[in-house]
Design a protein around this ligand. Sequence first.
Ligand SMILES: Nc1ncnc2c1ncn2[C@@H]1O[C@H](COP(=O)(O)OP(=O)(O)OP(=O)(O)O)[C@@H](O)[C@H]1O
Ligand SMILES: [Mg+2]
Length: 241
Amino acid sequence: MCEELKILKQGAEARLFICQYLGQPTLIKERFKKNYRHPDLDTSITKERIKNEARAIVRCKTAGVKTPTLYLVDFERRRIYMQHFVQSVTIKDFIINIFNKVENGSGDNANSLDEVAKMIGQTVRKLHENNIIHGDLTTSNMLLVPKLSVNIDQDSKWLNVENLELVMIDFGLSSFDSSTEDKGVDLYVLERALISTHNDYPELFGKILDAYKAFSKSNIKEIISKFEEVRARGRKRTMVG
Ligand SMILES: Nc1ncnc2c1ncn2[C@@H]1O[C@H](COP(=O)(O)OP(=O)(O)OP(=O)(O)O)[C@@H](O)[C@H]1O
Ligand SMILES: [Mg+2]
C-alpha cells in the first residue's frame, strides 16, 4: 500500500512517517501503545483520538479551515494517512526565526509577525464559528505552507506571509461543541501555550484576540468573558499551588 516508510518524527503520542501513497506525498501518524495504560483503555483512547482527528479534518473542509487532506484511516494499525506538506514550517519556528530578525531591526519582519497573529485569530474564529474546538491550540499545531499559486524557490519568499497560508493540524483532542465555555477554554490553552513558547513576544496573544474578535458573530462577547473567567480560575489555582 505504502512502500518505503521513512520516519519523520517521534512525538509523545505518535510516530510520524512519510511515504508516497497513491502517488501523493503522505504523512502517516501512528499512535503507539502506552504500556502504563490498561490495554483495553489504551485501545479505546487511541481509537477516539483517531476518530476525533478524522472527523475534525472533514468538518474543517466545510468550515473553510485548511487542514491536510485525509487519505485513509486504519484503526487496526492505529494509523491515519494524510497529505504531507513537504514545504511547510510550523508557526512556532516561523515566529522564533522571524523574531531574531526583528531584533536585528527589520520593520518588514515586524509586519509579518502581525500578519501571522491575524491569520491565527481568523482561523481560530472560523473553527469556533463552526463549533469546532481544537483542544490543543499551540503554534506547533499550525503550519504555514506556500499558497498553491506561489512557487517558493528562495528562502526569502518564506518570510513574506502573503505567499503563505495557515494549515491547522493535530486534531486528536478536538470536539464539537457550541458552548462558550469550551471555546473559552480553547483560547486559554492557546494563551498558556504562547506564554511558554513565545515569552519574548508578549503582545502576540492580544493581537490574535483582536483578529478573533473582528467581524465575528454576536456571541463573541460571551466567549471572551468565559475565557476571562477560565483564566481567573487558572490564576487562582496557580496561586493556591
Ligand atoms: N501534514 C503535515 N505536513 C507537514 N508536517 C506535518 C504534518 N503533520 C504534522 N507535521 C509535523 O509534525 C509535527 C508533529 O505532528 P502532530 O502535531 O500531528 O503530532 P503530535 O502527536 O503532536 O506530535 P508531538 O508530540 O511531536 O507534538 C508538527 O508539529 C509538524 O512539524
Ligand atoms: Mg502536535
